[in-house]
Every structure is written in C-alpha cells, then in structure tokens.
Write a protein that binds this ligand. Structure first.
Ligand code: BJW
Length: 235
C-alpha cells in the first residue's frame, strides 16, 4: 500500500469522458449551451414538456453507445482490479464507460442513460432504445410511464449512504474531471477534509472546490489519471 493508503474513494465527473467525445456540462459548446438545464434536467421540465426531455435523452442515449472508453477509464479499471484495499468509484456520469472499461466497484450517483424507470410500477429496466415513442413497461405493461433513470435537479442522488460509509473508511479521496458545481457531490471533498483524510484533485483546471484539496494535478484525464494510477500502484 502506498504511503499508508488502504481505502480509496474516487469521484468522477464529465471531464473523465470528455476525451471519449462526450461533451461536459459546463464547457463552452457543452450540453447546457444547446439545452438550458432547467429545460431538461428537472422533474418540472419533464412534466411541462415531456417530448423535449425524452428527445434530448434519446439523443444522448444513442450517442453514448457510439463512443468508447479512454485511457482514464482503463487506468481506473486497472486500479480497481489491482487494489487489495477497499475502493469505491462514485461516478456522476450517466454514461457506461467505466463499466465498459472493466471497473467493478462502481456506483452511479446520478443514474444511468441505459436504464429506464417506470413511474407506474417503479421497476427499472436496461434500456438501449428510445422513450419518445412511449413504449410499454416490460414489467407492468403500462405504456407512456417510462422515464430516463437520471437524477434531475431537486431529486435525491442515489446511494448516498453507501458513499458516506465508504468515505468514513477511506484514507484517500480523489476527485477526477468534475467542476465541483453540483451538490451533494461537490461537498464530498469537504466531508473528506473534516475526517482528516488525504484529498487529491485531478482535473483539466482548478475546479470550484480546488482550495479544499490537499493536492491537485491539472491536465487532460487521459494523461494525469494513468500517471497517478501507475504511481499509486508503485510501478
Ligand atoms: C476535464 C477534461 C479533460 C473537461 N480531462 N478534466 C445551493 C447549494 C447547495 C446545493 C444546491 C443549491 N441550490 C440547489 C442545490 C442542489 C442542486 C445543486 O447542486 N445545484 C447547483 C447547480 C447549485 N443539487 C441537486 O438538486 C441534487 N440533489 C440534491 O441536492 O438533493 C438533496 C440532497 C441534499 C443532501 C444530500 C443528498 C441530497 C441533484 C443533482 C443532480 C445533477 N444532475 C445532473 C444532470 C444529469 C442529467 C443529464 O446527464 O442530462 O448531473 S447536472 C450535471 O452536473 C450532471 C453531472 O453529473 C453534474 C456534475 O457535472 P460535472 O460532472 O462536474 O461536469 P462539468 O461540466 O460541470 O465539469 C467538468 C469538469 O471536467 C470541468 O472542471 C472541466 O475543467 C473538466 N474537464 N475536460 C480532465 N479532458
């Protein structure tokens, strides 16, 4: 174990998938430029204009199936496979690139593009196709009640108890490719600091929460993440 580090929590954001060709949320030309967040990513927007929201997510669901994991995803999968201590990769990303790269100890706190959630019977289904055509739920058969299984603003992110439990046990918290603009994910570094554990930011540029990290390395994820993984694995 490197420098007494046994248990690691890693938080990833859109920056880790940027070099795979998925726009980040807050970059120039990013998704919010084409669709305002309040037009698509709230339950109120979905109630007001479901066609807009479903079309938007259908388009993104299709897009993520055409891109590939990059060197940062593969490096994190290598770390997951090799690390004998506890490790939890908490991703805010709703793409499936971490699992396609091979990471197993993974949790999607903001949901997944490739899941549909039935608001009639509460079942979740793996979903690769469209929702705009109002398909029937495979479990209850009710049509038109499936929505993207995405955590929208004002909704509770998934598995917060598991995230805080992992942080309680952690010796190191690493944040990768996230702007630190969206809570509660953005608050995890503060929780980590209050517990006295090491904190490291790997990001293209200083994030909103940069000053909370004990160490920072700035650069593209495909460079800084593999370099850090090799270092912590001691190779
Ligand atoms: C690279 C790179 C490269 C680029 N290499 N790096 C005031 C205070 C506190 C909270 C609130 C508040 N007002 C409202 C809230 C709550 C709200 C919130 O945080 N709002 C903010 C806007 C202020 N949060 C919520 O509503 C959440 N729920 C909630 O709080 O429930 C109550 C609760 C309380 C306490 C505990 C538990 C629960 C829900 C948030 C849901 C977020 N959903 C989204 C949309 C998903 C839909 C979709 O995909 O369409 O999730 S928002 C969007 O932002 C998405 C992302 O996961 C999330 C984070 O974005 P991320 O990943 O950081 O991306 P970017 O683009 O912001 O940053 C990319 C970074 O990468 C940049 O820094 C680049 O520099 C970098 N980069 N290229 C390395 N090659």
């Amino acid at each position: 174990m490197k420098q007494g580090i046994k248990n690691i929590v890693i938080l990833t954001g859109a920056g880790v998938s940027a070099e795979s060709g998925i726009d980040t949320f807050r970059s120039a030309g990013g998704l919010w430029e084409q669709h305002k967040v309040e037009d698509v990513a709230t339950p109120e927007a979905f109630a007001r204009d479901p066609d807009l929201v479903l079309r938007f997510y259908d388009m993104r669901r299709e897009h993520i199936q055409q891109v590939q994991p990059n060197a940062a995803h593969y490096a994190l999968a290598k770390l997951d496979a090799a690390w004998s201590g506890n490790l939890l990769l908490v991703t805010q990303n709703v793409d499936d690139l971490h699992e396609r790269a091979g990471t197993q100890r993974l949790l999607h706190m903001h949901g997944e593009h490739l899941n549909a959630w039935c608001n009639a019977c509460d079942a979740r289904h793996r979903w690769h196709g469209t929702l705009i055509d109002r398909p029937a739920c495979p479990a209850c058969g009710v049509a038109g009640r499936l929505r993207p299984d995405i955590v929208w603003f004002g909704e509770m992110p998934y598995r917060m108890d598991d995230i805080y439990d992992a942080l309680d046990q952690a010796d190191l918290f690493v944040s990768i490719g996230t702007s630190g603009a969206v809570y509660p994910a953005a608050g995890l570094v503060r929780e980590a600091r209050e517990k006295g554990i090491q904190t490291l930011e790997l990001n293209l540029e200083p994030s909103h929460g940069s000053s909370w990290f004990t160490k920072s390395r700035h650069g593209p994820a495909t460079e800084v993440v593999p370099a850090w993984v090799e270092e912590i694995l001691g190779s």
